[in-house]
Ligand binder design. Structure first.
Ligand SMILES: Nc1nc2c(c(=O)[nH]1)N[C@H]1C(S)=C(S)[C@@H](COP(=O)(O)OP(=O)(O)OC[C@H]3O[C@@H](n4cnc5c(N)ncnc54)[C@H](O)[C@@H]3O)O[C@H]1N2
Ligand code: MOO
Length: 398
């Protein structure tokens, strides 16, 4: 099954997470559940953009021109009266421009003497006046539903006077590592054991995508124990169960059998992708199941390509794995077989500033250090022809 078809299959029947309310202070990184309209106009009044004097443009058309200062308007305290011919109001940035005035004379271009001010420059009409609604107007939709809220959105939402926001519940992603050889980080492994690494990476990706990671620990390669771990995911009402390892064809690769016995409907198993051939997907009741291959690079690349869009879909977002673009090959690359290949590569720039990729000579799917060093994955479609240095290739930036 091609990668694109597998993704389409995985996203079938996804249910959106419900809407809940988040306080502004807790909304960073959350996904907005519906379009957000402003409850007010900003600025709500014509405001001064500078410290100086509110004047009538015609009064300072010919300079020097001396005006009478009839009052003061600091921010938060408008001047109640009207600026008439030959008059000015001392004004500060953010204050409402008083009636009658249409222009701000900045204080650098004015000489003050008691209640008189003399303009030494002639500002154009409307200069340094921010008209009401310059930024936005009441009722205007400023943030679209499905947006992942960042610092700029939160400032804007605050300016719109929303103290709380409708956001999607974070999907809960239960993560279960499998394998007798695995121990948790920080533990002394036995003679034939290694440290379980995939969990840490997948959990971080889940959090980055706006989900909540639920650690189900490590199951031994033993069906009864593994079934118990799976039941914990069901009891926790996880939206997604991610299993790590045990997805291939070995005698101790039990994940699919255990999930099948629990009633999982299999969507697909094995895809035309490298790394990630034994990827498995299905659903167990309402819970989506994604079986990631155990090899660490396979786990993480599959999580990026499949888990990220799946979490996005539950949050109402149509998102891909990341930034897909093109780069120039720094060294030749060989012919590809029938699996779509995601080649780990260093990312740099050519002398003329174009993106450039250098594929690593070793591509073993156990090599986490190389993945961490990679700036991009070169995407090699099935049966792609060999390419010389200088050719352009599609890449996924990491
Ligand atoms: N005869 C065949 N053997 C294999 C095939 C195949 O088609 N025929 N596929 C290979 C490919 S490709 C992959 S990828 C792996 C994936 O197999 P599993 O998903 O069953 O993974 P495991 O066997 O459990 O583990 C593989 C490897 O990764 C290490 N591992 C597992 N989990 C973790 C973890 N949480 N953290 C760190 N490392 C982990 C494990 O110790 C193994 O070294 O199968 C090939 N075999
Ligand atoms: O697909 Mo496996 O992930 O090649 O190592």
């Amino acid at each position: 099954m091609p990668v694109a078809d597998a993704l389409t299959e995985l996203l079938k029947g996804v249910t959106l997470c419900e809407t809940e309310t988040a306080q502004l202070a807790d909304a960073n990184g959350r996904v907005l559940a519906q379009d957000l309209a402003s409850t007010r106009t900003q600025p709500p009044f014509a405001a001064s953009a500078m410290d100086g004097y509110a004047v009538r443009a015609e009064d300072v058309a010919n300079v020097p021109a001396t005006l009478t200062v009839i009052g003061e308007a600091p921010a938060g305290h408008g001047f109640e009266g009207t600026v008439g011919p030959g008059q000015a109001v001392r004004i500060f940035t953010g204050a409402p421009v008083p009636n009658g005035a249409d222009t701000i004379l900045i204080q650098e271009d004015a000489i003050r003497d008691g209640d008189k001010v003399t303009a030494t420059e002639s500002p154009a009409r409307g200069l340094f006046v921010r008209p009401a609604g310059l930024d936005f107007s009441e009722g205007q939709i400023l943030i679209a539903g499905g947006a992942k809220l960042g610092y700029r959105d939160l400032a804007l939402a605050a300016a719109m006077n929303h103290a709380e926001l409708p956001v999607r519940r974070r999907p809960v992603v239960a993560i279960l590592a499998t394998g007798d050889e695995l121990v948790r980080p920080g533990t002394e492994p036995g003679p034939d054991q290694i440290i379980a690494s995939n969990h840490a990476g997948v959990a971080a990706l889940v959090e980055d995508c706006g989900g909540t990671a639920l650690d189900l620990g490590i199951s031994p390669d033993e069906p009864v124990a593994m079934a118990g771990h799976v039941r914990r995911a069901i009891e926790a009402k996880a939206d997604i169960l991610v299993t790590l390892g045990g997805a291939s064809v070995g005698d101790h690769d039990l994940v699919q059998d255990v999930l099948g016995a629990q009633g999982m409907n299999l969507a697909f198993w094995r895809i035309a992708m490298r790394p990630g051939k034994p990827l498995m997907a299905g659903h167990l009741g309402p819970m989506k199941v994604l079986g990631l291959p155990g090899n660490p690079v396979s786990s993480l690349v599959c999580a990026l390509l499949f888990l990220k869009p799946l979490i996005g879909a539950m949050l109402g977002q149509e998102i891909g794995p990341g930034v897909e673009t093109e780069a120039v090959l720094a060294s030749p690359i060989g012919e590809n077989d029938r699996r779509q290949d995601y080649v780990r590569a260093e990312l740099g720039k050519t002398d003329d500033g174009r993106l450039m990729v250098t594929p690593f000579a070793k591509q073993d799917s156990s090599m986490l250090a190389l993945l961490a060093k990679s700036g991009a994955l070169i995407i090699r479609p099935p049966h792609a022809k060999p390419l010389p240095a200088g050719a352009t290739v599609p890449i996924l930036k990491l």
